[in-house]
Ligand binder design. Structure first.
Ligand code: BGC
Length: 711
């Protein structure tokens, strides 16, 4: 037996041992990843025979042939199969489809997000795959950007916490590896356009964009994906400072870096910093990319570069060692116990999905406590709106409907619930009347009067509006964030009926919803709710559970008011445009409950600390209602005077706690030196002496304060 098959050696030792036996071509093959989407059938066959290191977008049933061919190669190195399992193993019809990442982030529930990761890993592994291109750790700073739905929202701290939780969930059973993406700065591309340049300073990178990736490194994330764009006119793919130096050397990243889709080619064709794919391949590898996704010429170019003596073998050896180490860690070389396919979409997974879906919903308005709906008063309910019965809109992006290629007419194998079906299921004693009312985009395709006639016959109206998959996702940035088509006309007409108007939003990202805030009796944000979104909404309206989600992202009044994230710097003109009222429609951290939580008695374990000390903040919270509820307690800080400007508020802690009806709970949170630190002019992370304002509350506008002195 060769040493690399000795399971008593560490993954790294086995990788080094195998590396020492490999030819240059065998090494370079490990650095390539191929999808059937970009090559001819003959080329695909050739890559399989070459023993290419990784394939993507292959589903379980199609892996066998590739594995067999790898087993025919000299060293029989197994390929690693990557898949976009973005919210569940969602490219596979029949798998558990969770709410979108943005929706789940509103739960602020790290335990449930970890569970969601564990469930997804099981389903992916049961399908014979090993690698998930998730989580997205991009920061949704510009709402026009098409991929806001894929993020955990706008706050770097929250993203870091939820990212670490999901990575842990994905990787805890050692079935698959995670991939933190897209490294770096993707969410603040100029003009909110996908894959454009991001003009940020190194200081800002370290303050805002790097921390979630650092958390991913500390969580032993198996891989990181290089973003498409550029920073300061250097493409991320060719950015040695950001990849090799910052990620690998400084953050101590131990896994491997994969480029995004055809990044190597784009160095030549789009970003124009390389004359040829060969030059681009050299640049990408030297900068710190270990594997190239889908630039088919990469393999031949790299072989030529070595033959011509134009690339140092040390880069190749390091890349291949990293890839092999992951393969050994995952047990790809060893006999592994197979996970039964029965877990895919199983009832245990559905239960977890139900829990997280419930916690993801955000109650934004509840005028006169119209919710929960009172039993007995309601006989007829009109369910109206373009997203009331549209499962594609409810699923959102990255499911088998949209990827790897669009397939509009697939029938979901899952027992899914749209809002219409949810209402029929929960309100069994009521008549449910339905009319679509209008289209999401085509304003001529409407049936507003028919919808209004149903509303007239009903006791209440539940309207489901939002957006559709054509309006977000890659290539689909949006300049106008108003409700599209005739949706606002529909809502205005329904309002005229005088019936109580409950509005449910199913949308990929924040839209301008000021009219809805002012005019709807209740307003609920779902984002993309997955399999069970519609059921959870109906349960919530019926009071079967108490809503507990809070927004992980702010909602602007006007499209041109973006960026509108909460943690901005203070200016001196009130931060307003002359033609739009100041402030957001809803802020990060906002969300209502059926309970009433009252905060009192904020206190610190010490009022003065040294720079390397921690402090404990406590607060008493009373549930002043007769219903048990979960509250997301949020802790923000503000550095009162500092050597550089710091944001008006920064989230530095949160806790989700169950507080029983009438109960008072003391919640404590720890603030450590890292939480108090800032990145100074020299790009160093330091704690400065001075005063820190500490804010603890129910959202970022409503809090108690305490003062801490740092000596
Ligand atoms: C996306 C990535 C994704 C990859 C593979 C790219 O277009 O930017 O997020 O993982 O495709 O599907």
């Amino acid at each position: 037996m060769e040493d690399y098959m000795n399971v008593n050696l560490s993954a790294d030792e086995r990788a080094k041992c195998l590396l020492s036996m490999m030819t240059t071509e065998e090494k370079i093959a490990q650095m390539a990843q191929i999808s059937y989407n970009v090559v001819s059938a003959e080329e695909y066959e050739r890559f399989q025979k070459l023993g290419i290191g990784s394939f993507l977008h292959v589903l379980g049933q199609d892996t066998a042939k590739i594995k067999e061919q790898a087993a025919q190669t000299r060293l029989k190195i197994p390929p690693i199969f990557g898949i976009d399992a973005i919210h569940g193993h969602s490219l596979l019809n029949g798998s558990t489809i969770f709410p979108s990442q943005l929706a789940m982030s509103c739960s602020f529930n790290t335990d449930l997000i970890r569970e969601m990761g564990r469930v997804t890993a099981k389903e992916v592994a049961a399908d014979g795959l090993d690698w998930i291109f998730s989580p997205v750790l991009c920061i949704a700073r510009d709402l026009r950007w098409g991929r806001v739905d894929e993020t955990f929202g706008e706050d770097s701290y929250l993203i870091g916490e939820l990212g670490a939780a999901v990575i842990d969930g994905y990787q805890c059973d050692n079935l698959i590896i995670a991939c933190a993406k897209h490294y770096l700065g993707y969410g603040e591309a100029t003009g909110g356009r996908d894959a454009y340049d991001t003009e940020v300073t190194e200081r800002k990178i370290r303050e805002v964009f790097l921390p979630p990736f650092k958390r991913a490194c500390d969580s032993n994330c198996g891989s990181v994906m290089t973003a498409y764009g550029s920073i300061d006119a250097t493409p991320l793919t060719a950015n040695n400072d950001i990849l090799r130096k910052m990620l690998k050397e400084e953050c101590g990243f131990e896994g491997f870096v994969v480029t995004d889709w055809e990044n190597v080619r784009a160095l030549m064709t789009n970003q124009k910093v390389a004359k040829s794919i060969k030059d681009a391949s050299k640049m990408a590898v030297e900068a710190g990319n270990d594997m190239s996704m889908n630039t088919p010429k990469f393999y031949d170019c790299m072989c030529e570069l070595v033959n011509e003596g134009r690339i140092d073998m040390k880069y190749i050896d390091d890349a291949v060692r990293r890839i092999l180490k992951v393969k050994f860690k995952l047990g790809l070389f060893d006999k592994k116990e197979k996970i039964s396919r029965d877990v895919i979409g199983c009832s245990e997974h559905r239960k977890i999905n139900m829990e997280i879906t419930r916690e993801s919903l955000v109650l934004l308005e509840n005028k006169n406590n119209i919710l929960p709906l009172k039993n007995g008063d309601i006989k007829t309910i009109a369910v109206i709106g373009p997203n009331a019965d549209d499962i594609q809109a409810q699923y959102g992006d990255w499911t088998y409907f949209s990827h790897p290629e669009p397939k509009e007419n697939v029938v979901p194998e899952n027992d899914y619930y749209t809002v219409l079906r949810g209402m029929k299921t929960i309100f069994v004693d009521c008549d449910i009347l339905y009319n679509k009312g209008c289209d999401i985009m085509d304003s001529s395709n409407e049936s507003i009067e028919e919808a209004a006639a149903l509303a007239e016959k009903s006791d209440i109206v539940v309207t489901v509006v939002g957006d559709c998959l054509k309006q977000y996702g890659e290539f689909r940035d949006r300049a106008d964030l108003e409700l599209s088509g005739a949706q606002l006309d529909l809502l205005k007409r329904l309002k005229k009926t005088g019936k109580p108007l409950i509005c449910v939003l199913i949308n990929g990202k924040p839209l301008c919803i000021e009219w809805l805030k002012d005019n709807c009796d209740a307003l609920i944000e779902v984002f993309n709710g997955g399999d069970l979104g519609g059921l959870a909404v109906a349960e919530m309206l019926a009071g079967r559970f108490n809503p507990s989600g809070k927004l992980s992202i702010s909602f602007p009044r006007h499209s041109a008011q973006t960026p509108c994230y909460y943690n901005q710097y203070e200016g001196w003109h009130g931060g307003r445009y002359m033609d739009v009222e100041a402030g957001n429609v809803y802020d990060f951290g906002y969300g209502m409950s059926y309970s009433d939580f009252v905060y009192d008695n904020i206190r610190l374990s010490k009022n003065e600390i040294d720079k390397d000390e921690s402090v404990i903040v406590s607060v008493d919270i009373k549930n002043n209602s007769d219903i048990d509820g979960k509250e997301i307690v949020q802790l923000y800080i503000n550095d009162v005077v500092s050597s550089i400007m710091t944001p008006v508020k920064q989230l530095r802690g949160f806790k989700k706690v169950l507080i029983k009806a009438g109960e008072t709970k003391t919640v404590t949170m720890n603030i450590n030196p890292e939480d108090l630190s800032l990145i100074n002019k020299n790009c160093e992370r330091i704690v400065e002496s001075g005063e820190i304002e500490i804010m603890v509350g129910s959202n970022n506008q409503d809090y108690l304060t305490a003062r801490l002195t740092v000596r």
